[in-house]
Design a protein around this ligand. Sequence first.
Ligand code: C2O
Ligand code: CU
Ligand code: CU
Length: 510
Amino acid sequence: MPRTINRRNFLFGSALTGVGLGTASLFGRATYARAAGPALPLIPMMDLTEIEGPAVDLPLLKSAHSFGTGNKQATFGIGAPYLGPMLRVNSGQDIRFHVKNMIDEVTTLHWHGLHIPGDVDGGPHQEIQPQDVWAPIVPIRQRSSLNWFHAHTHGKTARQTYLGLAGVMQIEDSDSLSADLPKDYGIDDFVLVLQDKQFDSDGQLVYQLTGEVFEEGFTGNRMVINGHVAPVTQPVPKGLVRLRLLNACNARFLDLSWSDNRPVHVIASDGGFLSRREAVQSLTMTPGERYEILVDMRQQSEALLQVSDSDGGGEAEEMLGWMTNALMGPEPSNFSTTPVLTLIQNNSLPAYDGVLPDTLGQLALPDTEQVIRRRQFELNMGDGEDLAALAAAWGNLCGNGSMSINGRPMNMDIVNEEVAIGETEIWEISADDQDHPFHIHGCSFRILKQQGDVPPAYASGWKDMVTVGEGTSEVLVRFDHKATKDAPYMYHCHILEHEDCGMMGQFTVT
Ligand code: C2O
Ligand code: CU
Ligand code: CU
């Protein structure tokens, strides 16, 4: 892949589209809207905890949606113009879905984070043709946790997800239902779907693939939160407030913090509650990750949540970002402290008046005694023309490059690994170029090492995402459900352009 040439084209192209009055005025709004910005859209909750017989309709729609840039954009949605609902389910339920594909192109719907058999996992093998209905019965058998669902079509995941095929699923169990925590949805309990989108100077949504985009993944110039450009505001009671966060960006690593430097209180990760509350200055979220945080709104009348780019790419990337910003003027493609959400204390709302909990769930230490095998995975980028031709022949979407795992791009007909059900393993994952958010289907795992180090305390609970780069990452994993040759599980980079480009493999569990 001719990296330097792509980079120069990219810089030049961005500079051309980045200037102009429209862009500047958008940025002006972002700067001054702190306490008076538009309202945070609430992701509509679909409470399925009482549902018994009938199938739950999740139509995949072609639609139009306004992100707040002044006009409507062509989007996809799940029973809505953009994104889908927040599904609330109980552990122990079997939920029958009725997913009708109305988007005029083949797609799939994957349940990210769920411990379910491969044939209902919704990966690239469970294609739904246009106008067809996919009707999986999804058995919910895991701890309370925040999960999500999104398109997972071979070679087409990035664009379909970017355009809106994504939603959230919150699993409840006796622990979460009895926990002393705010849980009044839309009052003191919110889901925040964080994404970045590219808008041109007319406010039109852009998604364009170039060599540079394949390499870095697609990043935008605006943060979007629950489908509206940031920043937005939300009145909240004078008490504890719970935020359930999903990084649904295609490629952007986010560092979240409060503008007044109050600690971020993390209580849960991808797979459920941490054993104790972890207070940090900033919380790093890679694409695909979920975290729950608490904020105490009794002290200050406002709290401003902000994001900045997490340094996933080293000095060269930082330099590139700096140059891009300099050329593009005030509309950054690299984010340094971008405000996303102001919470405003409102005394007339019913407040959850409990204390910040110190301890949460029961979480055993990872038990490596049971390990019976290790597997190694190496994520590779741009490995030459032969592989690029293979990647294309195997249905990956990659321009004229390729990405692979252990030297092989994704191939729908090749099972890369065979895992025995119920056996504990350690997966060692590494990459030598940039950081990649690595995801495994069908499980939650524990991170033993993240890039050669112990993971941050907030990432040491149940996870299905681990950051991979220089220095090996190790996860302790066990699979309890079957995935056969016709419906294998995936492991892949969750930079969606990397996934589409072939940085994915598949495995059976039998
Ligand atoms: Cu979030 Cu394989 O997916
Ligand atoms: Cu997944
Ligand atoms: Cu990647």
